[in-house]
Design a protein around this ligand. Structure first.
Ligand SMILES: *Cc1c(COP(=O)(O)O)cnc(C)c1O
Length: 221
Protein backbone atom coordinates (compact mmCIF):
# COMPACT_ATOMS: atom_id res chain seq x y z
CA UNK A 1 0.00 0.00 0.00
CA UNK A 2 2.62 2.56 1.11
CA UNK A 3 4.91 1.17 -1.55
CA UNK A 4 2.25 1.58 -4.26
CA UNK A 5 1.46 5.13 -3.15
CA UNK A 6 5.13 6.01 -3.10
CA UNK A 7 5.83 4.59 -6.54
CA UNK A 8 2.81 6.36 -7.96
CA UNK A 9 3.98 9.74 -6.60
CA UNK A 10 7.54 9.10 -7.79
CA UNK A 11 6.33 8.22 -11.28
CA UNK A 12 4.85 11.72 -11.56
CA UNK A 13 8.01 13.61 -10.65
CA UNK A 14 10.22 15.07 -13.37
CA UNK A 15 13.92 14.27 -13.13
CA UNK A 16 14.91 17.53 -11.42
CA UNK A 17 12.36 17.14 -8.61
CA UNK A 18 13.17 15.17 -5.46
CA UNK A 19 10.67 13.74 -3.01
CA UNK A 20 10.70 14.38 0.72
CA UNK A 21 8.43 11.66 2.10
CA UNK A 22 6.78 13.33 5.10
CA UNK A 23 6.60 10.62 7.76
CA UNK A 24 5.64 12.70 10.81
CA UNK A 25 3.30 10.86 13.22
CA UNK A 26 3.83 7.60 11.32
CA UNK A 27 5.67 4.66 12.91
CA UNK A 28 9.04 3.19 11.95
CA UNK A 29 7.33 0.28 10.14
CA UNK A 30 5.72 2.70 7.70
CA UNK A 31 9.04 4.42 7.05
CA UNK A 32 10.75 1.07 6.51
CA UNK A 33 8.16 0.11 3.94
CA UNK A 34 8.97 3.24 1.94
CA UNK A 35 12.69 2.72 2.57
CA UNK A 36 12.53 -0.79 1.19
CA UNK A 37 10.84 0.59 -1.92
CA UNK A 38 13.89 2.82 -2.38
CA UNK A 39 12.94 6.08 -0.65
CA UNK A 40 15.82 7.74 1.26
CA UNK A 41 14.66 11.29 2.08
CA UNK A 42 12.16 11.64 4.92
CA UNK A 43 10.64 14.76 6.45
CA UNK A 44 9.70 15.28 10.09
CA UNK A 45 8.29 18.22 12.01
CA UNK A 46 9.23 17.44 15.64
CA UNK A 47 12.86 17.21 16.68
CA UNK A 48 12.32 14.59 19.37
CA UNK A 49 10.32 12.32 17.10
CA UNK A 50 12.83 12.70 14.27
CA UNK A 51 15.76 11.95 16.57
CA UNK A 52 14.16 8.77 17.87
CA UNK A 53 13.53 7.64 14.32
CA UNK A 54 17.06 8.57 13.27
CA UNK A 55 18.45 6.44 16.11
CA UNK A 56 16.46 3.32 15.27
CA UNK A 57 16.33 3.39 11.45
CA UNK A 58 18.98 2.79 8.73
CA UNK A 59 21.76 5.35 8.73
CA UNK A 60 21.62 6.15 5.02
CA UNK A 61 18.29 7.92 5.49
CA UNK A 62 18.47 11.68 4.89
CA UNK A 63 16.38 13.47 7.49
CA UNK A 64 14.84 16.79 6.51
CA UNK A 65 13.41 18.93 9.27
CA UNK A 66 10.28 20.67 7.93
CA UNK A 67 8.63 21.88 11.14
CA UNK A 68 8.74 25.12 13.05
CA UNK A 69 12.13 25.43 14.65
CA UNK A 70 12.85 26.21 18.31
CA UNK A 71 16.35 27.39 19.20
CA UNK A 72 16.70 25.06 22.17
CA UNK A 73 16.03 21.94 20.05
CA UNK A 74 18.58 22.55 17.29
CA UNK A 75 21.42 20.86 19.16
CA UNK A 76 19.64 17.49 19.13
CA UNK A 77 19.47 17.29 15.34
CA UNK A 78 22.67 19.13 14.46
CA UNK A 79 24.75 15.92 14.39
CA UNK A 80 22.70 14.25 11.68
CA UNK A 81 20.04 16.43 9.99
CA UNK A 82 20.45 16.69 6.19
CA UNK A 83 18.46 19.85 5.61
CA UNK A 84 16.41 22.33 7.65
CA UNK A 85 13.51 23.80 5.66
CA UNK A 86 11.96 26.27 8.08
CA UNK A 87 14.45 29.07 8.80
CA UNK A 88 12.45 32.24 9.33
CA UNK A 89 14.79 34.53 11.26
CA UNK A 90 18.45 35.46 11.31
CA UNK A 91 18.54 34.41 14.95
CA UNK A 92 17.62 30.83 14.01
CA UNK A 93 20.15 30.74 11.23
CA UNK A 94 22.88 31.90 13.61
CA UNK A 95 21.86 29.30 16.17
CA UNK A 96 21.94 26.50 13.60
CA UNK A 97 25.41 27.71 12.62
CA UNK A 98 26.57 27.64 16.24
CA UNK A 99 25.28 24.10 16.87
CA UNK A 100 26.63 22.86 13.53
CA UNK A 101 30.07 24.25 14.38
CA UNK A 102 30.09 22.26 17.63
CA UNK A 103 29.72 19.02 15.69
CA UNK A 104 31.93 20.19 12.85
CA UNK A 105 29.26 20.12 10.15
CA UNK A 106 27.85 22.41 7.48
CA UNK A 107 24.05 22.20 7.54
CA UNK A 108 22.07 23.09 4.39
CA UNK A 109 19.18 25.42 5.27
CA UNK A 110 16.17 26.77 3.38
CA UNK A 111 14.69 30.17 4.16
CA UNK A 112 10.95 29.90 4.70
CA UNK A 113 8.92 32.58 2.98
CA UNK A 114 5.36 33.42 3.92
CA UNK A 115 3.36 33.26 0.68
CA UNK A 116 -0.05 32.08 1.96
CA UNK A 117 -2.99 34.20 2.94
CA UNK A 118 -3.37 32.52 6.33
CA UNK A 119 -1.78 34.39 9.20
CA UNK A 120 -0.88 31.15 10.93
CA UNK A 121 1.82 30.02 8.53
CA UNK A 122 5.37 30.96 9.50
CA UNK A 123 8.03 32.58 7.37
CA UNK A 124 9.82 35.76 6.32
CA UNK A 125 7.93 38.27 4.23
CA UNK A 126 9.64 39.05 0.90
CA UNK A 127 10.90 42.33 2.37
CA UNK A 128 12.14 40.86 5.63
CA UNK A 129 14.10 38.19 3.81
CA UNK A 130 15.80 40.73 1.55
CA UNK A 131 16.63 42.89 4.54
CA UNK A 132 18.26 39.95 6.25
CA UNK A 133 20.27 39.05 3.16
CA UNK A 134 21.27 42.66 2.49
CA UNK A 135 22.54 43.09 6.04
CA UNK A 136 25.13 40.50 5.05
CA UNK A 137 25.91 39.06 8.48
CA UNK A 138 24.89 35.61 7.25
CA UNK A 139 28.01 35.54 5.07
CA UNK A 140 30.14 35.10 8.16
CA UNK A 141 28.27 31.94 9.19
CA UNK A 142 30.61 29.15 8.11
CA UNK A 143 28.62 26.16 9.30
CA UNK A 144 25.37 26.72 7.46
CA UNK A 145 24.68 26.90 3.76
CA UNK A 146 21.66 28.75 2.41
CA UNK A 147 20.49 26.23 -0.18
CA UNK A 148 17.25 27.83 -1.29
CA UNK A 149 13.72 28.70 -0.25
CA UNK A 150 10.69 26.93 1.17
CA UNK A 151 7.05 27.99 1.07
CA UNK A 152 3.53 26.75 1.73
CA UNK A 153 0.58 27.89 -0.35
CA UNK A 154 -2.80 28.83 1.08
CA UNK A 155 -4.97 25.85 1.96
CA UNK A 156 -7.62 26.47 -0.68
CA UNK A 157 -9.39 24.77 -3.57
CA UNK A 158 -8.54 27.68 -5.83
CA UNK A 159 -5.91 26.34 -8.20
CA UNK A 160 -5.47 29.85 -9.52
CA UNK A 161 -4.57 31.18 -6.06
CA UNK A 162 -2.12 28.34 -5.42
CA UNK A 163 -0.45 28.82 -8.80
CA UNK A 164 -0.12 32.52 -8.15
CA UNK A 165 1.58 31.95 -4.79
CA UNK A 166 4.02 29.33 -6.06
CA UNK A 167 4.80 31.46 -9.09
CA UNK A 168 5.55 34.46 -6.88
CA UNK A 169 7.92 32.35 -4.79
CA UNK A 170 9.75 31.13 -7.88
CA UNK A 171 10.14 34.70 -9.17
CA UNK A 172 11.45 35.79 -5.80
CA UNK A 173 13.87 32.86 -5.77
CA UNK A 174 15.28 33.89 -9.17
CA UNK A 175 15.50 37.46 -7.98
CA UNK A 176 17.49 36.53 -4.85
CA UNK A 177 19.75 34.26 -6.85
CA UNK A 178 20.71 37.16 -9.10
CA UNK A 179 21.27 39.62 -6.31
CA UNK A 180 22.83 37.61 -3.49
CA UNK A 181 23.94 34.24 -4.81
CA UNK A 182 25.48 34.97 -8.19
CA UNK A 183 28.58 32.86 -7.65
CA UNK A 184 26.92 30.34 -5.40
CA UNK A 185 25.69 27.24 -7.18
CA UNK A 186 24.39 25.81 -3.89
CA UNK A 187 21.41 28.17 -3.84
CA UNK A 188 19.26 25.91 -5.97
CA UNK A 189 16.41 24.34 -4.01
CA UNK A 190 12.80 25.45 -4.09
CA UNK A 191 10.85 23.41 -1.55
CA UNK A 192 7.16 23.72 -2.36
CA UNK A 193 4.23 21.38 -2.82
CA UNK A 194 2.40 18.99 -0.48
CA UNK A 195 -0.08 16.16 -1.09
CA UNK A 196 -2.85 18.39 -2.38
CA UNK A 197 -0.80 20.87 -4.42
CA UNK A 198 2.45 19.28 -5.56
CA UNK A 199 1.37 19.10 -9.20
CA UNK A 200 0.97 22.86 -9.29
CA UNK A 201 4.22 23.33 -7.37
CA UNK A 202 6.14 21.28 -9.93
CA UNK A 203 4.71 23.34 -12.78
CA UNK A 204 5.90 26.46 -10.96
CA UNK A 205 9.47 25.21 -10.58
CA UNK A 206 9.64 23.20 -7.35
CA UNK A 207 12.77 21.07 -6.86
CA UNK A 208 11.68 19.42 -3.58
CA UNK A 209 8.12 18.31 -2.91
CA UNK A 210 7.09 17.41 0.66
CA UNK A 211 4.41 14.74 0.39
CA UNK A 212 2.96 12.98 3.44
CA UNK A 213 -0.65 11.80 3.52
CA UNK A 214 -0.71 10.81 -0.15
CA UNK A 215 1.97 8.21 0.68
CA UNK A 216 1.37 7.24 4.30
CA UNK A 217 -2.35 7.95 4.68
CA UNK A 218 -4.01 10.23 7.19
CA UNK A 219 -2.13 11.13 10.37
CA UNK A 220 -3.45 10.37 13.87
CA UNK A 221 -2.40 13.33 15.98
C1 LIG B 1 2.93 17.91 7.23
C2 LIG B 1 3.65 18.74 6.25
C3 LIG B 1 3.72 18.37 4.90
C4 LIG B 1 3.01 17.16 4.32
O1 LIG B 1 1.64 17.39 4.24
P1 LIG B 1 0.66 16.39 3.44
O2 LIG B 1 -0.54 17.19 3.20
O3 LIG B 1 0.42 15.24 4.35
O4 LIG B 1 1.35 15.99 2.20
C5 LIG B 1 4.46 19.17 4.05
N1 LIG B 1 5.10 20.27 4.49
C6 LIG B 1 5.06 20.66 5.77
C7 LIG B 1 5.78 21.88 6.19
C8 LIG B 1 4.32 19.91 6.70
O5 LIG B 1 4.29 20.33 7.97
Amino acid sequence: MIKDNLLSVLSELPEQVRLVAVSKFHPNEAILEAYEAGQRIFGESKVQEMTQKYESLPKDIEWHFIGHLQTNKIKYMAPYVSMIHGIDSYKLLAEVDKQAAKVNRIIPCLLQIHIAQEETKFGFSFDECKEMLSAGEWKSLKNIRISGLMGMATNTDSIEQINKEFCSLNNYFKDLKQIYFTDNTEFKELSMGMSHDYHQAIKQGSTLVRVGSKIFGERNY
